[in-house]
Design a protein around this ligand. Sequence first.
Ligand code: NAD
Length: 435
Amino acid sequence: MSKICVIGTGYVGLVTGTCFADLGNDVMCLDVDETRISKLNQNIMPIYEPGLEQVVSANRKAGRLTFTTNFEEALEDADFAFIAVGTPSGVDGEADLQYVRSAAEAVADLVNHPIVVVNKSTVPVGTGDWVADIIKKRRAGKPLEFSVVSNPEFLREGSALNDFMKPDRVVLGSTNRDAANQVAQLYNTLRCPILITDLRTAEMIKYASNAFLATRISFINEIANICEELGADVTEVATGMGYDNRIGRAFLDAGLGWGGSCFPKDVKALAHMAVLHGTQPQLLQAVMDINRNQRRRIIFKLRKALGNLNEKVIGVLGLSFKPNTDDIREAPSLEIVHLLQNEGAVVKAYDPQAMENASAMMKNIVLCDNPYQVAEGADAIILATEWNEFRQIDFERLHKAMRQPIIMDGRNLWDPNQLKEMGFVYFGVGRGTHM
Ligand code: NAD
């Protein structure tokens, strides 16, 4: 059993702390957000993540998992300090490291015993060295025995617990092999490949992985757009490609593009890093451009179908950036709603989990209790997130409620032929004649 302090209780920190507690460690999770910690101390989850509440509750009861805003208490006797704070985009696309810096400073100021600082936040290559430097300089008069290990996180919101407990791999980077081995021991019971590298390589593995996944999605979206012009169906193209073992089927779903708290900021940050160091990230630039255009294309199609959008009522189904999360950071829905409202449309929307977050970020949007309320008087419906509950929708009821039965299936979730037979005008993404 190890004593672990997790700094930051967002999607990554909370899941990391909870899972390490579940693996038998003594974990204290720390956050500067008092509301968040007070909620967690009442077993109220500050985020929606399937299964999380039960595991948090069980481990709190077992006394292995505690939450605090008190840095001294959290860092006292900790063998490991995991940094899992946000690294949002700065003004120029660079990763904003102010939260990582303050976490590193807290360790420097408050720890007086040997400790391994593990960085789980996604940070620019070189940040591990920078964190070590911050700690060293602040402790110049009273050196601290510490090591920095980079341990990038690959979990996906919506399946975070499972991803943490059954990872494809764990990546650890450090200049100190012993420290990396100590962190490896925390993961040993998961029986997954553990790759130990130097610090910078580990940091780059995270960026390269996210950029590659975003590239696959932008690639298939570009193919989808060509399919639309040439009468081919991208869903079958992706299936046909995916059977090839060299390619695989994952991340080949054409749609409204990638969003969320990671891909947009990480691709931007990687491109920014590249430019700062004198290289031209042409592919990354194209990947971002294609993604931005993908959201605009749907507005273009809608305008073509409806004439103009002024005073048209447009329903949006799904607001989160993907199903099974309440996270709407950089969700395609944000830009789509903005573009619709900009052209004078009235926007109604429903999401199974993201309504609270959406109401804070989307102004003048009519939030509804279900898809049928959204459809009431709508001139078109855009499916923006492929939540499971939208698979089993009562299309007859939807059709009756709408003023004009136009469906923009932004995730290629529905069967175009079935909808057309029911009298809908159907537009998918890259679905040949059904585009
Ligand atoms: P988040 O915004 O959900 O949570 C960050 C938390 O850190 C907040 O609760 C904030 O109050 C807290 N915090 C900020 N400064 C602090 C400080 N000095 N001390 C204590 N707490 C502090 O962020 P997230 O989505 O969990 O992401 C964290 C990091 O992990 C980011 O670098 C992100 O890129 C990376 N990551 C995220 C995911 C994901 O799916 N969300 C997946 C892999 C990696």
